[in-house]
Ligand binder design. Structure first.
Ligand code: IYR
Length: 254
């Protein structure tokens, strides 16, 4: 909800502290003051090509499934780097790029990550999530044992930077960091899918601080999501889910 107060709109979803709104006597922007605006280079495809490409992207997206069973086969580091390059093209509040992607292939670290997550997830499933939540998840056959965390060749942990530091040491405000990192994660998922690999969108409840410390990230960063990346196991299964039809998700006002 937006609260109008002393002529300032305070949008609580952007998580600005009172300090961020008050201590702005120095009106030096975070980006260069004299930032140039240059012509945008765009080659317009014909509409038939656009139609084909929109359909192709939908088909690629529609073949994506959340995969919980992986093959241990390694994947080249350059693929992970390009996937993260793609995620890093996401739009962000004030072009603050408030994300850190930690790509883990080290076996010992993956085992430590798994141990932290399984310890917390056992408590989540048995206590914190409660009856309604665990009952709703039953058809998906998930539990606190997460073999994929040690089997998948890569784990990508996505941290949001709640704030940053400017070259002169001042605090850099990261506007809309939550949304920016969510969008980047969507692009990450799409890039993994487009490349021909699989992943699982995992939200390790209550594991953020322990994983952050394990991976040596500062306390200004918060863990948002964890993506195991690799090939699906030959015998991988997925729940037979259906997606909503377009008529259920689109309202057309012509
Ligand atoms: N994070 C837990 C539980 C879980 C929650 C939801 I919502 C899911 O769609 C799937 C799982 C886990 O990873 O098992």
């Amino acid at each position: 909800k937006n609260i109008v107060n002393n002529d300032k709109v305070i949008d609580h979803s952007v998580e600005l502290s009172d300090d961020d709104n008050e201590n702005n006597e120095d009106d030096e922007p975070a980006l260069p003051k004299d930032l140039e605006h240059i012509p945008f280079v765009y080659k317009k495809p014909d509409v038939e090509t656009i139609k084909i490409r929109a359909r192709e992207f939908y088909q690629i997206s529609n073949s994506r499934r959340t995969i919980r069973y992986f093959r241990p086969d390694p994947i080249p580091k350059s693929i992970i780097q390009d996937i993260i390059r793609a995620a890093g093209t996401a739009p962000s509040g004030g072009h603050t790029e408030p994300w850190t992607f930690v790509a883990v292939s080290n076996k010992k670290l993956k085992a430590q990550i798994r141990s932290i997550i399984e310890r917390e997830e056992e408590i989540n499933y048995k206590k914190r999530m409660g009856n309604k939540w665990t009952t709703d998840l039953m058809p998906l056959k998930t539990n606190w044992i997460k073999e994929y965390l040690t089997v998948a060749p890569y784990l990508i942990l996505v941290f949001k930077q709640t704030c940053g530091t400017l070259p002169d040491g001042r605090k850099k405000i990261h506007y809309y960091h939550e949304m920016s990192v969510s969008i980047a994660s969507g692009i990450l998922i799409a890039a993994i899918q487009y490349a021909g690999l699989v992943t699982l969108t995992s939200t390790p409840l209550n594991c953020g601080p322990a994983l952050r410390v394990l991976l040596g990230r500062p306390s200004s960063e918060k863990l948002c999501l964890l993506f195991p990346v690799g090939y699906p196991a030959v015998d991988a299964t997925v729940p037979d889910l259906q997606r909503k039809p377009l008529s259920d998700i689109l309202i057309e006002l012509d």
